[in-house]
Write a protein that binds this ligand. Structure first.
Ligand SMILES: Cc1cc2nc3c(=O)[nH]c(=O)nc-3n(C[C@H](O)[C@H](O)[C@H](O)COP(=O)(O)OP(=O)(O)OC[C@H]3O[C@@H](n4cnc5c(N)ncnc54)[C@H](O)[C@@H]3O)c2cc1C
Length: 483
């Protein structure tokens, strides 16, 4: 077989327009696949070598699944388009976009020309201006994040087993999750199961069932995008699993030794007051804030396009940016509206179906433009929302097809539905099989098979993992109430 030539940094030699896609997450992958039959050359650039199914990332973080079950090499997923010489994959970080010369710039300094550009670089964590919290409270976005969280959670139980002083042991057995959106709820519920079931017979000095899993949420309720009744059901299910839920808790500081937060409390005279608390814990997980990829800022600098407060690019109805009909922004990086009802455009949520539908629409509009047709406005079809809390516990809001009527349900049926949907949307037959087998095993044994991690000292020498004989620190400010 003839080896296809590497993409030239200049125009495509064959004269076919080149579509460069930055990011091979949900939006980028869908766009690449939707262009398979189009007379274009495609270059997909991603800084990792894999497409990641983020909705199941928390399962890797909590040792329920191993990484290859939820991630697939980009080259393998797109192998058919590669084999027919249409598509090239480059593993590189895009560092800039030069719209004057229609080039993207990569981390090695190389430039690559584009005729059409789809920017699908997604989002990252936001610590609301407190980036210093990141080292104590890792977020969950990449496989690397999931490995870090898995290591820290399991290491905390190991440290608790080593610690002989019951007072010093307590922070090792306290786990805080900040943010009660779907990811925070899934993390807290699963960590409660790990403490209550998975580890309960495997330690001698500690009883893992005494571990506290505390879920802190600044808003008055968990799962704020769900209806109030489902939000209440989710809270009850979490508490049923043994997690503590603290709505209205505003985090004010995070250190290696714990988390400071203000809680609105009702006073005897009927007024409310924010009371400061300190929760001593060695393990904090950040599931609270999301910020757009820095490429949004780079694009705004290059083109003057508008960004919203989260750094997302405000796109036009056809998903392009103003004055650049060949540059599309899709997925979590886009602040897009749906024109299902053109008179009443509605915001598109930052979820995988939104990214996939936008990726497909960008590809479709590129093809229309090449045919000399007008591009179409984006229309988002919302099929509903799901969140799992633990074994046999989930909540679901689903739009019925055709009628657009919404049904809401929770508990075992919602959990089964959640399992089915996630297995269905996973990429690759093998991954589906592996996930189903792992879940069946976990369901009947309560075991989580992926509980191994590399030597923590080699990876993070004594930064956050303190030695067990280290003295407890004194909080910097006046001692707040211990929560
Ligand atoms: C933990 C978690 C759980 C979630 N659960 C759900 C859920 O249950 N249901 C749901 O619908 N949605 C869920 N989401 C949201 C969903 O995953 C996102 O909406 C979706 O991934 C957005 O797709 P995207 O293509 O915009 O970005 P992503 O899927 O994030 O892909 C972005 C890609 O761009 C690459 N990239 C980034 N910057 C660069 C660069 N400079 N150069 C090169 N490559 C770059 C990244 O490596 C990545 O592959 C979850 C998200 C997370 C983090």
């Amino acid at each position: 077989m003839e080896t296809p030539p590497l993409p030239s940094p200049d125009r495509t030699p064959g004269g076919r327009p080149r579509v460069v896609i930055i990011g091979c997450g949900f939006g980028g992958l869908e766009a690449a696949q939707a262009l398979a039959a189009a007379p274009v050359d495609i270059v997909v650039i991603d800084r990792t070598n894999h497409h990641l199914f983020q909705p199941l990332l928390y399962q890797v973080a909590t040792a329920g699944l191993s990484a290859p079950a939820i991630a697939a090499p980009i080259r393998h997923v797109l192998r058919k388009q590669i084999a027919k010489g249409q598509l090239t994959v480059l593993m590189a970080e895009v560092t800039g976009i030069d719209t004057a010369s229609s080039c993207v710039q990569m981390d090695g300094g190389e430039h690559l020309h584009y005729d059409h550009l789809i920017v699908a670089a997604g989002a990252t964590h936001s610590y609301f201006g407190r980036d210093d919290w990141a080292k104590y409270a890792p977020g969950l976005k990449t496989l690397g994040d999931a490995f870090t969280i898995r290591r820290r959670v399991l290491t905390a139980f190991e440290q608790a087993e080593r610690e002989t002083d019951p007072v010093k042991r307590l922070p090792w057995l306290t786990f805080a999750v900040v943010g009660a959106g779907p990811t925070g709820v899934e993390m807290a519920g699963t960590m409660a199961e790990i403490a209550q079931q998975t580890l309960s017979a495997e330690f001698c000095r500690i009883d893992s069932r005494e571990a506290r899993i505390v879920l802190l949420e600044g808003a008055p309720r968990v799962l704020g995008t769900f209806s109030e009744d489902l939000s209440q059901r989710a809270k009850e299910q979490l508490e049923g699993l043994g997690a503590e839920v603290l709505p209205g808790a505003r985090v004010t500081n995070i250190t290696a030794f714990g988390i400071h937060y203000d809680l609105t409390e009702h006073q005897p005279d009927g007024t409310t007051q924010a009371v400061s608390h300190f929760l001593p814990t060695r393990t904090v997980i950040w599931a609270a804030g999301v910020a757009a990829s820095p490429l949004g800022k780079a694009l705004s600098k290059a083109t003057g396009c508008e960004l919203d407060r989260a750094g997302r690019v405000v796109v036009q109805p056809d998903l392009t940016i103003p004055h650049h009909p060949n540059i599309y922004v899709v997925g979590d990086l886009a602040n897009a509206r749906s024109y299902l009802d053109p008179a009443k455009p509605t915001p598109v949520p930052g979820v995988s179906p939104g990214a996939k539908q936008m990726g497909r629409k960008a590809a479709f509009n590129i093809i229309r433009r090449m045919k000399g047709l007008e591009p179409q406005a984006f229309r988002y079809f919302d099929y509903g929302s799901l969140a799992t809390i633990g074994k046999r516990a989930a909540v679901a809001m689903v739009e019925l097809p055709f009628t657009r009527k919404q049904v809401r349900f929770s508990g075992f049926v919602a959990w089964l539905f959640w399992l089915f949907v996630h297995v269905y949307f996973l990429i690759g037959f093998r991954n589906r099989l592996v996930v189903m087998m792992d879940w069946a095993w976990a369901y009947f044994t309560s075991q989580r098979h992926a509980r191994v991690f590399p030597d923590p000292h080699a990876l993070e020498p004594n930064k956050v993992l303190m030695r067990v004989d280290e003295a407890q620190p004194v909080p910097a400010s006046a001692p707040p109430k211990v929560g």
